[in-house]
Design a protein around this ligand. Structure first.
Ligand code: PMP
Length: 466
C-alpha cells in the first residue's frame, strides 16, 4: 500500500496527525471515522503532567487510562527496562523461566488476600480476565462439572476487549454493535447507589441487589454457574462505589454455591485505592482469583495477570486427571522486562506512594465533591484516587444528559484549553490522576474542572438544551 516515508524528514506533530489519519486504526472508533481520525497528540510526560502536540502542558487527569500510578518519566523504571533488556529481553515460557517473574509472583502473592498464592502473567487486563475465565472452565471440566460454566457479570461493568471478557461488559454503547458469547453470560444490575429506586435507603438497595443475585441463582441454577466477575469499584462504568457490605455478601453466596469469585482489580490494584489490592484491604473479601494489569507497571510496560487461589490449584493437582492440560498460554507470559519493571514499580509504591495515596485521597475526594455546587452536576462520587463527576439534565429526575449533548466531550475540550486532560464518559468525567499528585495540584485540577463544567453549562444554556 502507498505509505508516506518520513524517515528522511523530521517528523513534527502535524505529520503524526496526518500519518494517523492515513494509517492508524485507533481504539473504539465510530464507523464514520474509522481509520481517518486524529486524536489529541501527546508528546511528553513528566510527573502528573503531559504535553500535547502544540507544547501545551496538561495535568494528566486520568493517569493515561487509570494506569500511570507513579507518574510519568521515572528514570529508575527506564533504567530497569534498559538493564533487563540488555541482560535478557525475552525467554520462551513453554520450557524456560526467568527470575524476575518468579520474584514478582512471590511479591504479588504476599500482598494478596486469603490463600491467593500463584500468578499467571498476561499482557494486560483483557487477557487477564480471559485467562481467569478459561481457568474456571478448565477447573470445572477437570472436576467433572462441565455444565458449570456460566459467568455472572453486572450492568456498568467493563472487563475487556477480547471475545469472552468483552461479553461480560455491561455498558450498552460498547456492546450495541458487537457480537458476544451471550449464551455464556448471566447479567445482573449495576450496584449504582445514585440510580437506586427513588426513596429507597442504601442498605435496602444492597438487600435488593443481594436478592437479585439469589433469585438469579435460583432461576438459572447455581450448578450451571461457574464464576461471578466484578470490579470492586466499577471504573469505566462511572466510578460506581457499591453499597457497604454488598461485596462481602455476594462473596459468601458464591462460596456457598461453589461459584468462583473473580475480583477484577485491573483498575483498583496497585495503589488506586491506597493499597496493593483493594479486595482484602478495602472491602474485606478474599476472592478465588484477582485480575490485575495497568498499575502493576504504572503503564510503562504492557503486563497483567491473574492471582489464583492455592485451594483451586491443589484441587487440580489432586484430581483424577493429573494429565489434563490447561491449554492456555501467551508468547509474552512472564515477560522478563515487564516483570522487572513491575518489581521496581512495586518498590516505589511500597516505599512511599501507597502511603501518600492514602494520605491525599480524602482531600482529593473533598475537593472534587465541591463541584456538586455547580448546577449541571448531579453527583460527585469516588473512592481513593478515583472520582467521577456526573452531569444530569435535572437534579430531581437525575436524567443523564444523553450522548447527543456530548457533555463529557465538551467539558474535556474546555479543560484541555485550560490545562487539564479529563476522561469523558458520555455525561460523566472520570478523574484518576497519578497517585503522586499533591494538594496544590489537586486544587489546580479541581479549579480547571469547575471552570470547564461552568463553560459547558453556559454553552448548553446558550443553545437552549439545558
Ligand atoms: N478490566 C477492567 C476493570 C478495566 O478497566 C480494563 C481496561 N480499562 C480491563 C479489564 C481491560 O484491560 P486492558 O485494556 O489492559 O486489556
Amino acid at each position: 500500500a502507498a505509505a508516506r516515508d518520513l524517515r528522511a524528514e523530521t517528523a513534527g506533530p502535524g505529520d503524526a496527525v496526518e500519518l494517523a489519519k492515513g494509517h492508524l486504526v485507533q481504539p473504539w472508533p465510530f464507523a464514520g471515522s474509522v481509520g481517518a481520525e486524529a486524536r489529541a497528540l501527546i508528546g511528553e510526560g513528566d510527573g502528573i503532567y503531559i504535553t500535547d502536540g502544540t507544547g501545551k502542558k496538561l495535568i494528566d487527569g486520568p493517569a493515561g487510562m487509570w494506569c500511570v500510578n507513579i507518574g510519568h518519566r521515572r528514570e529508575e523504571l527506564a533504567k530497569v527496562m534498559y538493564n533487563q533488556a540488555m541482560a535478557l529481553s525475552y525467554n520462551t515460557p513453554w520450557y524456560t523461566m526467568n527470575a524476575p517473574s518468579a520474584e514478582l509472583a512471590m511479591r504479588i502473592a504476599g500482598h494478596a488476600p486469603g490463600d491467593l498464592s500463584h500468578v499467571f502473567f498476561t499482557t494486560g487486563g483483557s487477557s487477564a480476565v480471559e485467562t481467569a475465565l478459561r481457568f474456571m472452565q478448565f477447573y470445572n471440566n477437570v472436576r467433572g462439572r462441565p455444565e458449570k460454566k456460566l459467568i455472572m457479570s453486572r450492568g456498568g461493568a467493563y472487563h475487556g476487549s477480547t471475545y469472552l471478557s468483552a461479553s461480560l461488559n455491561g455498558r450498552p454503547r460498547t456492546r450495541d454493535w458487537m457480537d458476544g458469547a451471550d449464551d455464556l453470560v448471566v447479567k445482573l444490575s449495576s450496584p449504582d447507589p445514585f440510580r437506586r429506586p427513588a426513596g429507597m435507603s442504601i442498605s435496602a438497595f444492597a438487600d435488593l441487589l443481594v436478592d437479585e443475585f439469589r433469585d438469579t441463582l435460583a432461576r438459572v441454577g447455581a450448578d450451571r454457574i461457574g464464576a461471578f466477575v466484578g470490579e470492586p469499584v466499577q471504573a469505566s462504568g462511572g466510578v460506581i462505589v457499591p453499597p457497604d457490605g454488598y461485596l462481602t455478601r455476594i462473596r459468601e453466596i458464591c462460596r456457598d454455591n461453589d461459584i468462583l469469585y473473580v475480583s477484577d482489580e485491573v483498575v483498583t490494584a496497585f495503589g488506586r485505592l491506597g493499597h496493593v489490592f483493594a479486595s482484602g484491604d478495602v472491602f474485606g473479601i478474599d476472592p478465588d482469583m484477582i485480575t490485575f494489569a495497568k498499575g502493576v507497571t504504572s503503564g510503562y510496560f504492557p503486563l497483567g495477570g491473574v492471582i489464583i487461589s492455592e485451594r483451586l490449584l491443589e484441587e487440580l493437582r489432586r484430581s483424577n486427571h493429573p494429565d489434563a492440560m490447561f491449554g492456555h498460554g501467551l508468547t509474552y507470559t512472564s515477560h522478563p522486562v515487564g516483570c522487572a519493571v513491575a518489581l521496581r514499580n512495586l518498590d516505589i509504591l511500597e516505599d512511599s506512594v501507597l502511603a501518600h495515596a492514602r494520605e491525599v485521597a480524602p482531600y482529593f475526594q473533598a475537593q472534587l465533591k465541591t463541584l456538586e455546587e455547580v448546577p449541571l452536576v448531579g453527583e460527585v462520587r469516588g473512592l481513593g484516587l478515583m472520582g467521577c463527576v456526573e452531569c444530569v439534565a435535572d437534579r430531581e429526575s437525575k436524567d443523564p444528559l444523553q450522548l447527543d449533548k456530548d457533555v463529557g466531550k465538551r467539558i474535556d475540550a474546555h479543560c484541555h484549553e485550560l490545562g487539564l486532560l479529563v476522561r469523558p464518559l458520555i455525561n460523566m468525567c472520570v478523574m484518576s490522576p497519578p497517585l503522586i499528585i499533591i494538594r496544590e495540584q489537586i486544587d489546580d485540577m479541581v479549579a480547571i474542572l469547575r471552570e470547564g463544567i461552568s463553560r459547558t453549562m453556559d454553552d448548553l444554556r446558550k443553545e437552549g438544551v439545558w
